[in-house]
Design a protein around this ligand. Structure first.
Ligand code: KG4
Ligand code: ZN
Length: 346
């Protein structure tokens, strides 16, 4: 079975084709630049850009997969969670194509796409495992007993990890999207100039909170501004480094606690913040010390992409799942735990 996957939950338009026998055949991403001047994603502009970008991208990816080839056997699109208008573009295009081709369609959970993306790599993790999902909208630790069987062990009480990176970038004047910009500045930061608090590490539990760290970052930045409100570039890098160290250590310590609590030895890291090199280095070191192993997807599949939706959709469609009903309702808010185990539809 060959599945076309469409991702349009936020500001990236992604398309991929996954084949059950031959694996991932093609994928492309069109990242929207229209939001940069606003310093954050503007939902209405995201939806309009998806409309503009999606069909030409689908055409190109299908050509990449097999020039002049037959239509795919099924279509998977992101049904949620995400921005309602943006999701509706992917859902309506995905369902219309499926209807025109006379093939089944299925709405996929965006975070399941992220979570399963490391299975596209050459040395994939076996089940069961614990997943650390760290994106712009989510920070969750999930126990994954089997494909599609998810139990949330802990989540953020306020900001998501990626959101904290984005807000830190904004207050340091580093631009958008913030995660890669903060990481780049942090690489030039000096160790030990600032030490920021590690949120929620002093108490038990697997919840996260990043708003206190964000406020602390703001206070330190304001203390160092000159009369014109400017920060010197070394201080920007030093603050970025202190922020990154605190965020990364928090994610790492909680992930190890989650592995122990769930009795698992494999950790899967997914979502945009999973591309962070400092996070990867610390997780690699600490999981090895604990006798565990950590799995990632390639960098381009940490952030939003169509390949992960094609793959997650393939797993569910190949197991017999089909579109819920005739409507194309999207789910801007949608719990991973409410999904049926993969294979339960057959
Ligand atoms: O998974 P994703 O592409 O979109 C969502 O589903 O939210 O994640 C995007 C988030 C953004 O907040 C971005 O700043 C963050 O991931 N991010 C990073 C890095 N690359 C992307 N955060 C820290 N370090 C990075 N290298
Ligand atoms: Zn995402």
């Amino acid at each position: 079975m060959r599945v076309l996957g469409i991702e349009s939950s936020c500001d990236d338009t992604g398309v991929g084709v996954y084949d059950g026998e031959r694996g991932l055949l093609a994928h492309r991403l069109a990242s929207q630049t229209v939001h940069e001047i606003f310093g954050g994603v503007v939902p209405e502009l995201a939806a309009r850009d998806h409309i503009r970008l999606l069909l030409p991208l689908v055409r190109r990816v299908l050509e990449d997969a097999e020039p002049g080839g037959p239509p795919p056997d099924a279509v998977a699109y992101t049904r949620g969670p995400g921005l309602a208008g943006a999701l509706l573009v992917g859902a309506s295009v995905g369902r219309s194509l499926a209807w025109a081709w006379g093939v089944p369609a299925l709405g996929v959970h965006h975070m399941e796409g992220h979570l399963l993306a490391p299975l596209l790599e050459a040395d994939p993790p076996e089940f069961p495992f614990v997943a650390l999902l760290v994106s712009g909208g989510h920070t969750q630790l999930v126990d994954v007993a089997a494909p599609g069987r998810y139990r949330i062990l802990g989540a953020t009480l306020d900001d998501a990890a990626g959101e904290a990176f984005d807000k830190t970038a904004k207050l340091l004047g580093l631009g958008f999207p913030g995660g890669p910009a903060v990481a780049k500045a942090a690489a030039d930061g000096r160790a030990g100039r600032f030490r920021f608090p590690r949120p929620m590490l002093d108490r038990p539990g697997l919840e996260f909170s990043f708003s206190g760290l964000k406020t602390h970052t703001l206070i330190v930045a304001n203390e160092h501004r000159d009369a014109e409100g400017r920060l010197d570039s070394q201080t920007v890098c030093d603050i970025a480094r202190a922020f990154e160290e605190a965020a990364v250590e928090t994610l790492c310590v909680k992930s190890l606690r989650a592995l122990e609590a769930a009795g698992r030895t494999r950790l899967v890291v997914a979502g945009g913040v999973g591309a962070n090199r400092s996070l990867r280095a610390l997780l690699d070191a600490r999981t090895t010390d604990a006798g565990c192993r950590v799995y990632y997807s390639r960098l381009e599949f940490c952030t939003d992409n169509g390949a992960m939706i094609a793959f997650a959709g393939y797993l569910r469609l190949a197991a017999g799942e089909r579109l819920e009903s005739g409507s194309f309702e999207v789910m801007p808010r949608w719990s991973l735990e409410s999904l049926p185990p993969i294979g339960s539809a057959a």
